[in-house]
Each structure stands twice: as structure tokens, then as C-alpha cells.
Design a binder for this molecule. Structure first.
Ligand code: R5P
Length: 311
């Protein structure tokens, strides 16, 4: 007999966890996920998980260290309470940008986090738009990797003279898939980064004159990359510049940068919740991934194909 499914949420994005449960038409399971007075994470599951198929919704977003610990401690509690399987639902997988040694004597945090999650007894991971797909291989447990393309593709319809732009060489595969969907041209920004969180546009590869450009990327953090890309594209003759970015990290001066930018529109998802200031930003539109994740969780639970979601 199939085991019962249970969904818990950490504190990283409870509204998303609730929306996913609404789509599945089941309640979010009760748990205390709080802190002891010294700041250590305190977890008590208020639902029996013995023999159950447990999903823990917890993007590894800011404060990433805290949310990562919450996820691991919740998994430990599930494991020690005899859950039959524990899946991390991390729509945003933080620490992914350090996925190789980009300079001497630097860490590979994506691999470290993968090891930590497995040590905490997660049995599988469900995530979306990893910084690079190869991170799946850092795990020795199954990783289901969802794509945002159907969500953005359904939103950006009827844009004439469209040109999809990758803001750097690393994002070309993602942007090419979107350009293929829209049957439009592809442009690439030659971006250089000498320091973390500071980027410079060097060149635009492709013809953007007279085009309505759509920058496609995984993360908008300080907003520097897309704001500078927008300036360069407009200087290169583009008619307008929009951006479709999966994960709204939006740290530091991001909102200030975006409010002053030449971007016409920034469309993001709810893998990471927006702050009040983020919600008030006039150029930002947030689309929900809840239905897609609800379908994926259902399929994992019933051992159905995930790739069938993207056909
Ligand atoms: C980097 O390779 C990522 O794909 C994003 O382009 C980057 O994280 C964006 O950062 P920011 O918004 O700070 O320029």
C-alpha cells in the first residue's frame, strides 16, 4: 500500500508551501520550527511521520545559513521519527553560485551543501533552475530539476521583434531554450566580474537593433547585471528591455538599482518571497511556481515521470 504524503514547511517561504498544499488540496502539516533563546534552531514535529512520504519545503534563501540549518534539523527529526522518505523541496538552491573553484584557495559551496543535506538524511531533492544543471551530480541521491520556461513562456506572449538575451556566457543554454520556444533570435552579453557582486558589460554578441529584448537568467541579486545589460542593449539600439529571472534574491541596493534602471519590466517567481519594498517596486511582477511544484510533488509521491511535465 502507498504511504501517506505529508508536507512541512520551514520558515524560508511558508506562503509558497501553503500555496503548494492548496493546489494538492491537503493541509500543511503542523510543526514548530523556532529558536532556542541562544538562537539555535528548535524543531518539534506535531504530526506523526512514521512510515510516511515527507516533503519539506524550504528554499535556501537569505538568511541562507539559518534556512539551511532549519531544513537539515527538520530532516533529522523526520528521519529519527521513522519517516519512510524525506524530500527537500528547495525551489531556490542557495550557495549554488560557488560550484567550482573560480580562484585559488576558494571553496565549492554547492558540493558542501549537497553533502550536508545528505548527512542530514534527505533522501531526494526537488529544485528549480539550478545555477548550473551539473550541480545535480554533486548529490548521490535523486535530484528532480524543474524548469521555469513554461511559466515565463506563458507570460511573455505577443512581444514583437523579440530577442532573448543571456546576460553572460554561463546562461546561454537557458536563454537558448527560451529563444527556441519563441522562435526568435538570441543575444549574449559578454559580462566580466572582477569582484563579487560587481559586473561590467564588455560587448553584446548578436544584433539587438530594433528588438524588444528579454533578458533570461537564474538569479537577480544586486540587479547590477541586468541593469547594466539594459543600458548596453538600449545603447546598442534595442527598443525595450525586459527581464525574466527565476530567483529574486534582491540583496543590497537591488531595489534602488531596479527603480533607477532603464528596464521596462522584471518578472520573477515566488521561489523566494519578496519583501514589502520588493512588492512595491513598480517594474516587478511575481509569478507563482506553486502549481508546478504541486504537480511535481504529486508525481514523485506516485512514482510518475517528472519530465512528462515539460513535454
Ligand atoms: C551569475 O552568474 C548569475 O547567473 C546572475 O547573473 C548573478 O547572480 C546576478 O547577480 P547581480 O544581480 O548581483 O548582478
Amino acid at each position: 500500500m502507498e504511504s501517506e504524503m505529508i508536507i512541512f514547511s520551514g520558515n524560508a517561504n511558508k506562503p509558497l508551501a501553503q500555496k503548494i498544499c492548496n493546489w494538492i488540496d491537503m493541509p500543511l502539516a503542523e510543526a514548530l520550527v523556532s529558536n532556542f533563546s541562544d538562537g539555535e534552531t528548535r524543531v518539534e514535529l506535531h504530526t506523526n511521520v512514521r512510515g510516511r512520504d515527507v516533503f519539506i519545503v524550504q528554499p535556501i534563501c537569505s538568511p541562507a545559513n539559518h534556512h539551511l540549518m532549519e531544513a537539515m534539523i527538520m530532516a533529522d527529526a523526520c528521519h529519527r521519527s521513522s519517516a519512510s522518505r524525506v524530500t527537500l523541496v528547495a525551489p531556490y538552491f542557495g550557495y549554488a553560485r560557488q560550484e567550482r573553484k573560480s580562484a585559488p584557495r576558494t571553496p565549492i559551496t554547492a558540493k558542501l551543501v549537497a553533502d550536508l543535506l545528505q548527512a542530514a538524511h534527505f533522501d531526494r531533492v526537488l529544485t528549480m533552475e539550478l545555477h548550473t544543471s551539473a550541480i545535480q551530480g554533486f548529490f548521490n541521491i535523486p535530484v528532480d530539476h524543474l524548469y521555469v520556461k513554461p511559466i515565463f513562456a506563458g507570460f511573455f506572449t505577443n512581444i514583437e521583434n523579440l530577442c532573448v538575451i543571456s546576460p553572460d556566457a554561463g546562461g546561454v543554454e537557458r536563454a537558448r531554450a527560451m529563444a527556441k520556444h519563441f522562435n526568435c533570435s538570441l543575444g549574449i552579453i559578454d559580462k566580466r566580474r572582477d569582484k563579487p557582486n560587481e559586473s561590467d558589460v564588455m560587448n553584446i554578441i548578436g544584433d539587438v537593433k530594433g528588438k524588444n529584448c528579454l533578458i533570461v537568467d537564474d538569479i537577480v541579486d544586486t540587479g547590477g547585471s541586468i541593469c547594466k545589460a539594459a543600458d548596453a542593449l538600449l545603447a546598442g539600439g534595442a527598443l525595450s528591455v525586459r527581464a525574466a529571472i527565476s530567483h529574486p534574491v534582491l540583496s543590497g541596493a537591488a531595489l534602488d538599482n531596479l527603480n533607477k534602471s532603464n528596464l521596462k519590466e522584471l518578472v520573477v517567481t515566488d521561489t523566494i518571497p519578496l519583501t514589502q519594498a520588493g512588492k512595491a517596486c513598480k517594474i516587478i511582477t511575481q509569478l507563482s511556481i506553486a502549481e508546478l511544484f504541486a504537480k511535481a510533488i504529486r508525481r514523485i509521491h506516485h512514482n510518475d515521470s517528472i519530465s512528462a511535465l515539460f513535454i
